[in-house]
Design a protein around this ligand. Structure first.
Ligand code: BJ8
Length: 387
């Protein structure tokens, strides 16, 4: 963590890429102070409830192949690696964030996760939110509202706290501020050439979730934006002006799947934006602070996330289309994790949509191993070559 002001870019990028490891120590200290911790896996979980309850929300380890062998003792091999890793880290007791979590909140996003949570419930205290799979029906909205209230009650009961409306409003404000800054940060790549590589952008977006002091985090993000802008104005151009501009969409990236961005950038292109959960899907919009009922505002915000588990899923197309125009994308590459049926099937719709905008698109399936790196290189290099 650096003090406020402007700073050398290598220190900044290091601070974020090391955040996950450094966060272990910070979390241990918070636990020793008696803080409660809630672990989550998915963008649909309304973390404002935990912040309003004075708890620490944390994204659980699910992006490395380290414990997949352990998970496969129980789960089928041909399952999404994100699900296997999520379970594997808990079973092998190798994720300190899982270890420190007093409660784990899951969601009924896809079938694999739903069934995995049953098994995880034998190891940890798990609460599963019933996520509807459509966004436009009043019954779906009513169910989601009920589920948010059910989670509130569970948190209050488990931790012996009261979530007041005032505290919830304050938590919504804090989270919105953070979202706004992360959006401002990734929007720096609207510039041509962008002021940082796609890998550096990803490391900041991914690393920021492991910084637990809100005020310090906000300060650090503001400093980061200032430092990057200043360096750019001073002529620091880390990306070639003629590098093809790529938007990444699909399953969540970060950790082992950084390989996807590395391969794109080693092929001479640059990732200017991430439409997926590591990027714009999570930070593009804000929870409505002016709503008379903060629970209604949370329900509307979270239910409208454009993930492929929704059917139909128009919000993904709206966001992707907007990003393509805003970032002047030369092409879109989709990363689908092995056996993720919802993203794999939605690929066709994404391809048809981008065709109407004359934006080249390719979808690739991968997992957390390094076994397919050469194959990814060949296919991505050919895609970039034809742009
Ligand atoms: S909001 S993208 S974090 S569900 S686990 S659906 S990859 S088969 S992660 Fe996700 Fe929430 Fe959506 Fe975002 Fe497919 Fe794997 Fe299921 Fe997955």
């Amino acid at each position: 963590m650096f003090e406020s002001g402007t700073h050398a870019l290598p220190d900044i990028f290091e601070s974020f890429s090391e955040a996950r490891r450094q966060g272990f120590i910070a979390m241990k200290e918070l636990k020793e102070q008696g803080k409660g911790v809630v672990g989550t896996f998915c963008t649909y979980v309304p973390v404002e409830l935990f912040l309003a309850a004075g708890l620490i929300p944390v994204g659980l380890c699910s992006t490395s192949d380290e414990t997949i062998g352990e998970a496969e003792k129980v789960l089928p091999r041909n399952l999404c690696p994100l699900i296997k890793a999520s379970y594997g880290f808990a079973a092998a007791d190798k994720c300190p964030y899982m270890y420190f979590s007093d409660l784990v909140v899951g969601e009924t996003t896809c079938d694999g996760k739903i069934k995995m949570y049953e098994l995880l419930g034998k190891i940890k205290d798990v609460h599963v939110m019933e996520l509807p799979h459509s966004q436009d029906r009043p019954a779906s909205r009513a169910l989601w509202m009920e589920e948010i209230k059910r989670l509130k009650n569970r948190v209050e009961e488990k931790f012996g706290v009261t979530i007041t409306v005032e505290k919830l409003r304050q938590a919504i404000k804090e989270r919105n501020r953070e979202r706004g800054l992360l959006k401002k940060l990734y929007e720096l790549s609207v510039m041509n050439p962008p002021p940082f590589t796609g890998l550096q952008q990803l490391q900041i977006l991914f690393g920021t979730q492991y910084k637990f002091d809100h005020e310090k985090k906000v300060q650090e993000l503001e400093d980061t934006i200032n430092s990057i802008t200043k360096e750019y104005q001073n002529g620091n151009r880390p990306v070639a002006v003629n590098a093809k501009r790529i938007i990444v969409t699909g399953c969540p990236t970060g950790g082992a799947t950084e390989k996807f961005t590395r391969v794109i950038e080693e092929s001479g292109a640059v990732v200017v934006a991430y439409e997926n959960c590591t990027g714009a899907k999570q930070f593009d919009r804000q929870v409505d602070e002016s709503s008379s009922d903060p629970y209604e505002a949370l329900a509307d915000y979270y239910l409208n996330i454009g993930c492929s588990v929704m059917s139909p899923n128009p919000n993904r197309l709206e966001l992707l289309g907007r990003l393509c125009s805003q970032f002047k994308a030369d092409g879109v590459l989709e990363m689908v994790l092995q056996s993720c049926h919802t993203y794999a099937i939605e690929s066709h719709t994404i391809g048809e949509f981008l065709k109407t905008r004359n934006i080249p698109f390719m979808s690739l399936e991968t997992d957390y191993s390094t076994g397919d790196t050469e194959q990814l290189k060949t296919r991505i290099a050919a895609f970039i070559e034809m742009l």
